[in-house]
Design a protein around this ligand. Structure first.
Ligand SMILES: [Cu+2]
Length: 225
């Protein structure tokens, strides 16, 4: 059970959570230490009758320490994050057997485009669905993100995926769901007055259910034409 975030149901959710909580603990400790010192100093050196303030120019040694320690910590966090980041975001390392789905943000809804019977995205038989992402479990999926009008952000908390969709850009993100179910998609970039209702769902199906859904949808689209 996630403490702050919902249960992670993607292959890399554990890596992201580990980084997230590690950074939270480090920054949390720094916050507590700094605030306790601040309050302690305010009380200890408060104005009292008969006590004169005295001038000090500070301490070079202390300044070097409190600059060097955070610098080292930040570099360590950077190195640890880079490994996970490259694994997830390096386009040369995207799974090659992934299913491709187009997702376009538009004020104020998401359009999901699926490949038609030819299995290829960007051809005439593609079909689109509003605010519903359907994917199979345990299979890598690449979402090709686009934006129609302004910047939106594709956020699936349960997958630990958050990526801006920028007009004029095509941004791929990949993930692989590990548990069937229904999870929330939110727009995480204030994109206008209707931003709050830019909510959608991703349904993670078993392989058979996904096939059935796809067949049914392809059928409906064909008969509409
Ligand atoms: Cu939006």
């Amino acid at each position: 059970m996630g403490w702050i975030l919902p249960d992670g149901v993607s292959t890399y959710a554990g890596d992201i959570d580990w980084l997230y909580y590690m950074i939270l603990v480090i920054t949390g400790l720094a916050f507590v230490i700094v605030e306790v010192a601040l309050i302690w100093f305010v009380i200890k050196y408060r104005h009292r009758p008969g006590q004169k303030a005295h001038y000090t120019h500070g301490s070079n040694r202390v300044e070097i320490i409190w600059t060097a320690v955070p610098a080292v910590v930040v570099v360590i966090i950077g190195i640890l994050s880079a490994r996970v980041w490259n694994e997830i975001r390096d386009r040369d390392r995207f799974p090659t057997d992934a299913l491709h789905i187009g997702v376009k943000g538009q004020q104020f809804e998401w359009h999901m485009t699926y490949p038609g019977t030819d299995g290829r995205l960007g051809t005439g038989d593609d079909f689109s669905v509003r605010n519903q992402l359907h994917i199979p479990v345990n299979r890598p999926v690449v979402v090709m993100l686009e934006a129609e009008d302004v910047i939106h952000s594709f956020f699936v908390p349960a997958f630990r995926v958050k990526q801006d969709a920028v007009p004029g850009m095509r941004t791929p993100v990949w993930f692989q769901a590990t548990t069937a179910g229904e999870y929330e998609i939110a727009c995480a970039e204030l994109c206008g007055l209707g931003h709050y209702r830019m909510r959608a769902f991703v349904t993670v199906h078993s392989e058979e259910d996904y096939r059935a859904w796809l067949e049914q949808r392809r059928g409906t689209t064909a008969s509409n034409q």
